[in-house]
Ligand binder design. Structure first.
Ligand code: VLP
Length: 135
């Protein structure tokens, strides 16, 4: 039984997001806005099928995937690249690899109690986001 990531999660911290945005070549003005956003993550999990929305007052990002099935992801509104994305389980941790122009790109996501943790990495930068489950 994989971990349950479903629910609505509200950001409580966002450590080194600026570093990761920089590594993705996000421009200065966008980074200044991006770093202050309180993101909300909405996850619908049906077995291995995931529908995810990352919402903010500035921009939203939606991506849907099935565990173990590589797909082409267009990071529209983020760094606007096309990557080959594969999400798998490593125990209860969700591990995402995004193959493309940027080396060592992807994210890891896991649940600890009522918190959702997300590490986003690109090149040699890692951002750590924590979300709290909305009741
Ligand atoms: C809002 C969206 C612009 C911030 C906009 C700032 C990175 C795992 C997975 C979804 C992701 C992370 C997506 C980050 C969305 C921020 C510049 C931002 C440049 O999360 O939760 O399934 O893919």
């Amino acid at each position: 039984m994989p971990a349950d990531h479903s629910g609505t999660w509200e950001m409580v911290s966002n450590d080194k997001f600026d570093d990761v945005m920089k590594a993705m070549d996000i421009d200065f003005a966008t980074r200044k806005i991006g770093v202050h956003l309180k993101q909300t993550k909405v996850i619908v999990q049906n077995g291995d099928r995931f529908e995810t929305k990352t919402l903010s007052t500035f921009r939203n990002y939606e991506v849907n995937f099935t565990i173990g099935e590589e797909f082409e992801e267009h990071t529209k509104g983020l760094d606007n690249r096309v990557v080959k994305t594969l999400v798998t389980w490593d125990g209860d941790k969700m591990v995402c690899v995004q193959k493309g122009e940027k080396q060592n790109r992807g994210w890891n996501q896991w649940v600890e109690g009522d918190q959702l943790h997300l590490e986003i990495f690109c090149e040699n930068k890692v951002c750590h986001q924590v979300f709290k489950k909305k009741i």
